[in-house]
Design a protein around this ligand. Structure first.
Ligand SMILES: Cc1ncc(COP(=O)(O)O)c(C=O)c1O
Length: 496
């Protein structure tokens, strides 16, 4: 049976009693608990307030409460544990539960039209596929948590929890703390060649929120937006929700094909790009394409949303500065995240805006979630200022480089030199192309049954003209695991 764990929450159930009612108080309390348990508002294992505290909450004497509890205990609705208190019985049969959910379903069926927005209805289903939210070979979006400087991090979290200033308990600047924004600005000017001051920065809960705010602030229902094809599907979801018309523009080994974008839709309102490391195919946008894109944006009055999600991890060649740094016309909204450099559950990222857009973006942000949580901004400010961030990124880069080399070597060994491997120069994933007849989704489902996590490339396409391949993450796979995981991959492909 589920819900067997004893849970002591201290919550007081909603029990209304009235001295004027004909029913005695003891009976009212008994009935209220019994109904709540049958309806499953109270569940097995959940703690019940002591008789003293319930009597005090209800403003009545303890006697009727004691009597009601005694009856509920005698009938098996409650159980008591010496020294721990009184709990809803874990021994009650589950049929109470299924009855309640049937009741709920029948209420929904008989309650008339249940309209939801067309945009929500049209969005692709969230139903999680087996290769999402997994760990190990070759799960995507995973960092090397085994090398994270946990002690330094937890010391800073503990310190900032202890010394928290009263102002940190209050609502504050929708941009995020000044200290944090100053720190991010220094980092971006230095390491990413971004032109920015702290006042242009908004701290967000990850790139996803940055894209959402951008869509709400810049785009209207029906606005046409260029998206890389194949590309990052969570961006197309946000833009679809905003009612935009998505224009898939092909990418090649120089990144988004700007000429093709102009041919398809010259008048698009915006373009979303990942120029440092195209997701998923991995190209770095060439200098000439960058200039072409900026020229088009300037001439047509379009916005460019630059998602610089994993540029800290480059292996073979020199780091590549941001597209925003080349922009002399304030056309670029620059977005970055700590999901790759630190860890995704932190939910912290930032956006850098053209100065004239800041006020509108802030107004939109305030309407969404008001402002970002305080604690991790303070922690991260110190983490960066004390040098831990750059030390960690340097170390992580070395680890990912080793994992990447091991993975490429193992792939070459198993599949030979002809296997097309794309995007291995940067980031924490690479792509292997599959022969057309090998269906990547089918392969990924088969692999998931054996706990091998493969992300089908075909799902990254908006149009029907898809290529079959696998996006393999190597962020959280140890060197030792890689050769055997690749051998398993080979064996699976041979069964297809
Ligand atoms: C293209 C791209 N942008 C952004 C992110 C990170 O998103 P977030 O910052 O919301 O965690 C990812 C994560 O995989 C990504 O692939």
């Amino acid at each position: 049976m589920r819900g067997m764990k004893k849970v002591a929450t201290g919550f007081v159930p909603v029990i209304a009693v009235s001295r004027k009612a004909p029913k005695p108080l003891q009976r009212q309390i008994y009935d209220a608990y019994r109904t709540a348990i049958i309806r499953r508002s109270l569940r097995g294992g959940q703690q019940i307030p002591s008789t003293r505290s319930l009597a005090s909450e209800l403003g009545i004497s303890r006697i009727p409460v004691l009597n009601a509890y005694a009856q509920l205990l005698a009938e098996g609705y409650f159980e008591s544990r010496a020294g721990a208190g009184t709990f809803v019985s874990t021994a009650l049969p589950d049929r109470h539960g299924s009855g309640a959910s049937e009741l709920q379903q029948s209420r929904e069926m008989s309650s008339g039209p249940r309209l939801i927005s067309r945009r929500a209805a049209a969005l692709r289903s969230y139903a999680p596929q087996p290769w999402i939210y997994t760990r190990g070979a070759f799960s995507l979006g995973q960092v090397a948590f085994d090398h994270f400087p946990l002690r330094v991090w937890s010391n800073l979290v503990a310190r900032h929890s202890r010394i928290i200033h009263p102002s940190a308990f209050l609502y504050s600047d929708p941009r995020g703390t000044r200290d944090f924004r100053e720190t991010i600005a220094t980092y971006l000017r230095t390491a990413r060649g971004v032109n920015c001051e702290a006042d242009q920065i908004i701290v967000v809960s990850g790139s996803q929120q940055a894209i959402d705010i951008s869509a709400r602030a810049l785009l209207d229902p029906g606005s046409q937006v260029w998206l890389e094809e194949p590309g990052y599907r969570l961006t197309s979801d946000v833009l679809s929700l905003a009612g935009c018309q998505l224009i898939p523009v092909p990418v090649d080994d120089e990144g988004l094909n700007v000429a093709e974008g102009i041919r398809l839709c010259d008048s698009a309102r915006a373009a979303y790009v990942t120029p440092s490391h195209q997701l998923p195919l991995g190209a770095t946008m060439s200098a000439s394409r960058r200039l072409q894109l900026l020229d088009w944006a300037q001439l047509s009055g379009a916005w460019i949303i630059e998602d610089d999600y994993d540029s800290e991890y480059r292996y073979g060649n020199m780091p590549i500065a941001s597209l925003q740094g080349l922009d002399h016309n304030s056309r670029v909204i620059y977005i970055g995240t700590f999901s790759k450099t630190l860890f995704p559950s932190l939910r912290l990222g930032y956006m850098v805006l053209p100065p004239d857009l800041v006020e509108r973006f802030l107004t939109v942000r305030r309407a969404m979630d008001i402002y970002p949580p305080y604690l991790h901004q303070a922690v991260l400010t110190d983490f960066i200022r004390q040098g831990h961030f750059s030390r960690h990124v340097r170390r992580a880069r070395r680890i990912y480089m080793e994992r990447r080399s091991k993975l490429v070597d193992a792939l070459r060994k198993q599949f030979g030199p002809e296997l097309p491997i794309l995007g291995a120069e940067a980031g924490m994933h690479l792509v292997v192309m599959l022969p057309k007849e090998c269906r990547d989704v089918e392969l990924a489902k088969k692999a998931a049954a054996e706990k091998l996590w493969l992300w089908p490339l075909s799902l990254s396409y908006l149009s029907k003209n898809v290529r079959q391949g696998l996006i393999l993450g190597f962020g959280s796979v140890t060197d030792a695991e890689i050769p055997s995981a690749v051998r398993r991959l080979k064996a699976l492909i041979e069964t297809m």
